[in-house]
Design a protein around this ligand. Structure first.
Ligand SMILES: Cc1cc2nc3c(=O)[nH]c(=O)nc-3n(C[C@H](O)[C@H](O)[C@H](O)COP(=O)(O)OP(=O)(O)OC[C@H]3O[C@@H](n4cnc5c(N)ncnc54)[C@H](O)[C@@H]3O)c2cc1C
Length: 559
């Protein structure tokens, strides 16, 4: 894979996959010309609706059967979006055998909260009741060494101006419980890992499960995360390994979650500490609990290979436990806030994971006839903007809008294409932004140059650029949040176009400034071109996007 593609384009390790609830259920009967739900290997019992003869017309008596692979954030949001739509029947096939309360908090930004409110105000109310709002607090970037505010990002004003809910944080298990509880019993089927699919032009999709069982569906949605089997079938790539299209991003993350008496509790929501070659995030997750992230540029697997990073305890889910003692060394000399929270953290409260990249699918298919991909399965992104799950929720809303109104089964491929057209560029732009944030913060930023008591501090190129960009970044953030919040409907309107163009202009400026700083200047430049291609395509200039795409190989060649 070209270096540019590896570096720029987005992705991340799939966040701890959300596992879903209920005792294993029997598969529901499906509709189609084949005897529905027929197994060619080991038949399972079928309960639920009686098979109906295949007809093109969709009706309440003969609804469109949508099968969703994966009950993570995206799959469950999609199933919920179909609740109350009599012409759609949904079944969610989840690989894991039972629900576990597992996984840390997830930030739901205003755009995702607005989508959830639009889907169902009652469901939104339940989420709101469990949420800790951070979007109305002080949030921003701090100089990690001097412990001074460097740039603020205002999440409150753009939300209020648009009448949107504030950004919040919710425990993942709480979110999945709310999403699961709204679904009729039997919709989610556990222990039903999808292995592959096949389809005829005029017939249903046949989904093969890992145990060989076959299920038929009118539409299959792959919401099965970064290591998606549905994507693997669609793109004819292996599930994992070099040929799978997923590569290590170059970054590893340590995450801690603990009870912590923060000195700025109730005042500050989210703090990003910048400095040379690494960064640290502290965020309030409510009820006296805090989460921190330490992002380090490290070779893949170093958390296990490096003696100093050896896990002291293993987690039940197979994730290696981190070692705060090591992190205390790495962040020695940084803000007392960082030291204090690291000292308060026990080893068993830390998880570590390597972050993987998957290129955005500007050129790879999102759909294949009656099959489409959603969430991390198609646009896994770096976690820096906290948008991976939010974008999966936006996918769900758009898919439900496009499929919900179908009157004929034969209209499904075109509906899925419309879904892709509405989501491709926005999600690729957010992927690009997330990757941009990782690369710039870790490789670009340094301690800002400053004169202290007549002494010049950090007057190297990186320090000066970090200082010069200080007044520009709040403008950049304003544009970024305008882009993220205004576009939640995915209508690609005039405002979205204007915000996308502004983002492209300002992003290019920041990029050019930092390209000279980073050791991998060419990679950053290439990254910028690829992101630019996404945004340009977002604003409708497909010719310009072609241009950006065509120069990428030359940039690769220069590296
Ligand atoms: C450290 C970190 C922090 C993050 N923080 C945030 C944040 O604050 N906000 C945010 O919005 N995003 C965040 N993300 C990203 C977010 O977690 C993902 O983008 C999101 O979970 C994607 O949802 P999904 O439904 O597409 O996939 P997943 O949540 O990965 O769900 C996939 C589901 O499919 C199941 N599955 C897998 N294979 C199969 C199969 N073959 N058949 C059937 N089922 C299968 C899995 O068990 C799982 O339940 C973060 C990511 C990381 C790594």
């Amino acid at each position: 894979m070209p270096a540019t593609t590896q570096l720029l384009l987005v992705a991340c390790a799939s966040q701890a996959a959300l596992t879903v609830g209920f005792a294993p259920q029997r598969l529901l009967a499906q509709r189609g010309p084949l005897p529905v739900g027929v197994s060619s290997v080991a038949p399972r019992d079928i309960v639920g609706i009686e098979p109906a003869p295949y007809t093109d017309a969709v009706s309440a008596a003969n609804p469109l059967h949508v099968v969703v692979a994966g009950a993570g954030v995206g799959g469950l949001a999609l199933a919920n979006a179909f609740v109350g739509q009599p012409h759609v029947k949904v079944t969610v096939l989840e690989k894991t055998s039972k629900f576990k309360r597992f996984g840390g908090p997830i930030q739901l930004a205003s755009n995702a909260m607005q989508v959830l409110r639009t889907m169902d105000p009652a469901m939104f109310g339940s989420i709101e009741a469990k949420a800790t709002f951070t979007g109305n607090l002080k949030n921003g970037i701090k100089d990690g060494i001097r412990d001074e505010w460097y740039a603020m990002f205002d999440l409150k004003t753009p939300a209020e101006e648009r009448g949107m809910p504030y950004t919040c944080v919710v425990e993942r298990p709480d979110l999945q419980e709310i999403l699961l509880n709204r679904l009729p019993e039997g919709v989610v089927q556990n222990a039903a890992g999808v292995a592959s699919y096949a389809q005829d032009a005029d017939g249903p999709v046949t989904v093969t499960l890992e145990d060989g069982f076959k299920v038929t569906a009118d539409v299959l949605i792959g919401a099965d995360g970064i290591w998606s089997s549905v994507r693997s079938t669609m793109h004819a790539n292996p599930l994992r390994g070099d040929e799978s299209g997923a590569t290590y991003s170059g970054y590893t993350v340590y995450a801690g979650e603990l009870n912590y008496a923060a000195p700025d509790n109730g005042e500050v929501g989210y703090k990003v500490y910048i400095g040379p070659g690494q960064y640290f995030v502290i965020t309030d997750i409510g009820k006296g609990r805090y989460q921190w992230y330490a992002f380090l540029a490290k070779p893949v697997g170093s958390a296990l290979a490096d003696e100093a990073l050896k896990p002291t305890e293993a987690c039940a889910d197979g994730t290696a436990a981190g070692n705060p003692a090591y992190l205390k060394t790495v962040f020695n000399g940084w803000s007392p806030d960082i030291m204090a929270i690291l000292l308060a953290t026990r080893n068993d409260e830390v998880e570590q994971r390597d972050l993987y990249d998957r290129p955005p699918a500007l050129r790879k298919p999102w759909t294949d006839g009656k099959v489409a991909l959603l969430g991390d399965a198609i646009h896994a992104m770096m976690p820096n903007l906290g948008q991976g799950g939010c974008q999966a929720i936006e996918d769900a809303m758009v898919l439900a809008e496009e499929l919900g109104g179908l009157e004929k089964r034969s209209g499904a491929p075109a509906a899925l294409q419309r879904y892709k057209d509405r989501r491709l560029v926005r999600s690729a732009a957010v992927q690009g932004l997330s990757r941009f944030a990782s690369d710039i913060i870790i490789r670009g930023f340094d301690t800002p140059a400053k004169v202290v008591d007549g002494q010049f501090q950090n007057f190297n190129y990186a320090g000066i650029v970090t200082r010069v960009l200080q007044p520009i970044l709040p403008v950049f953030f304003t544009v970024q949040f305008a882009f993220l919040y205004t576009g939640w409907k995915n209508e690609l309107g005039v405002k979205d176009t204007a915000n996308g163009a502004a983002l492209l202009g300002l992003g290019s400026l920041v990029l050019v400034a930092f390209a000279a700083v980073a050791a991998d200047a060419g990679l950053l430049l290439a990254f910028g071109l690829e992101s630019a291609a996404s945004v340009v395509e977002a604003v409708g200039g497909s010719g310009a996007a072609e241009f950006f795409q065509s120069v990428l190989p030359s940039v690769d060649g220069m590296l």
